[in-house]
Design a protein around this ligand. Sequence first.
Ligand code: M6R
Length: 609
Amino acid sequence: MCGIIGYVGKQDAMPVLVGGLRRMEYRGYDSAGIALVSGGHTAVVKRKGKITNLADALTAKKPTGMTGIGHTRWATHGVPNEVNAHPHQAGHITIVHNGIIENYADLKERLIKDHGRKFESETDTEVLAHLISVKREKDESLEAAVLSALLEVEGTFAVLVLDERDPDKIVAARRGSPLLVGIADDAIFLASDATAVIGHTDRVVYMEDDEIAICTPGKYEIIDFKAQHKRHEEQQIKLELKAIEKAGYDHFLLKEIMEQPKTIADILRGRLDLDAGTSHLGGLNTDPKFYQQMTRFLTIGCGTAYYAGLLGQYLLERMTGLPVDVEFASEFRYREPVVNGHTLGMIVTQSGETADTLASLRELKRRGTRTLGLVNVVGSSVAREVDGGVYLHAGPEISVASTKAFTAQVIAQILVGLQIGRSRKLSATDGKAIVRALEALPAQVQSILDQHERIKAISAKFADAKNVMYLGRDALYPVALEGALKLKEISYIHTEAYPAGEMKHGPVALIDEELPIVYFHPKNDLYDKTRSNLEEVRARGGRLIIVGTEGDESLKEFSDDVIYIPDAHAYTQPILANIPMQLFAYYVAVSRGTDVDQPRNLAKSVTVE
Ligand code: M6R
């Protein structure tokens, strides 16, 4: 979702801004723009569509300046076009903004009535620009004007503000949308995420909600909304540039699918204890007594993270004997949730910035619930606000469609289950079997990835499908949901996912000779039951793609398109079953020529609700 970059220093700002915007392309956007201040004048260039369009316009216009701000916009108020693209200007003030100004209509009416302000765009951001401009007419400093404007604003924002009369300064503020300050000797960078500043500096400070940063070349000061000075520890970003590059792959998505043997090894490193049949997680940060006394898990996430939580429900209940409820964050946040001091709120998120997930976390904390974050992005808002956490160590996930993070989210739950389970009902023998299964995962995943040519060939047969149904039972039902989500978001094919046993209660009506059905049927405790459901599908003529266990020749009677996964423990089998579905979705999308890494309408990190 919208990306923000700012630079105030001693160099030409344009390459920094354009480079930063390119690095944040993965967040999803529909237009882009930059503003540069020089000689008391602000040059604004913006374009609809890809950053290449903006870069072409900049090559033609060649604006210069050592202070500048840039933005990729994911439309909320007003269609994606050049007028609605950021930056927005009001008099001497220019701003970029991520978030939503909820009371923008009231503010706009007042600005028109009381101040005769005129508006060009349909955006809430332009209203904020005018509000700051009006305040600046009275206030002594830019920061005072920004503070006074923001005190009247309801909603969320990460905002960067320029005043061409104060050319060596950027004022930044945050509430609810991510923003960091990158620090170098003679420059300050501002960005929505760390990928935009890698290569320029590895020193950052993460801004908190309701804070303002006043930035000049090489210097910054942070104050809160009461104008009190704030101090934050500087953090070192450990990301390397190569981690956010394609490494020779055609798409980030393929790279991220293919690197899973490594990312799985990374999340497991130093955390498994075979002798004790358990895991060691340094970040749980909770009195072990809590885990003995807790009565319930409450797992919260969105999209793929929610499906990882659903899968975890099947596993954690078996490992710990505790009930696990799983909630969509967007639903949970406005309910009257029933929680108590013995509930563990488990927050699952790749980015750590998803607005609904963050709001749910805050609601849980407000109600006194202990929280545990399963988070990928180090230093993200969720990572900073949870009581304890397990980092996913999946590395930067650039492609909008989540793959390696899903795998890591499921593994993280197994690690949590091992630790809590061993203090409750999980025997050492069962714990050891799970540890061994986890240790075997990287090689097993690699053996599936090695079948990519075969999976590509199967995908080619289904590239023209209009609908695809996914069916699985037990822990393979969430895998069906996740497989269906992956295909729909990157290929734009309509998909449905159902528990295989539920199919005859309605969805069976959809099956005809045309309908492709992905059917999860590996060897497990429900194999015979799942076989009956498979017969029911076959009887109605669906085109089957079956995911089964290596050596199960009987599946070939049902379809030519069988994808085999290694025989595995019941808890790691769903992880393995998901891997070919990632490749299947990828190759179908490539055949259809969609924008695989940045599918239409989608944003990587959904920072508005
Ligand atoms: O960053 P998060 O894990 O909180 O993101 C949650 C969802 O927005 C995300 O998983 C989304 O569903 C992906 N596009 C799925 O591929």
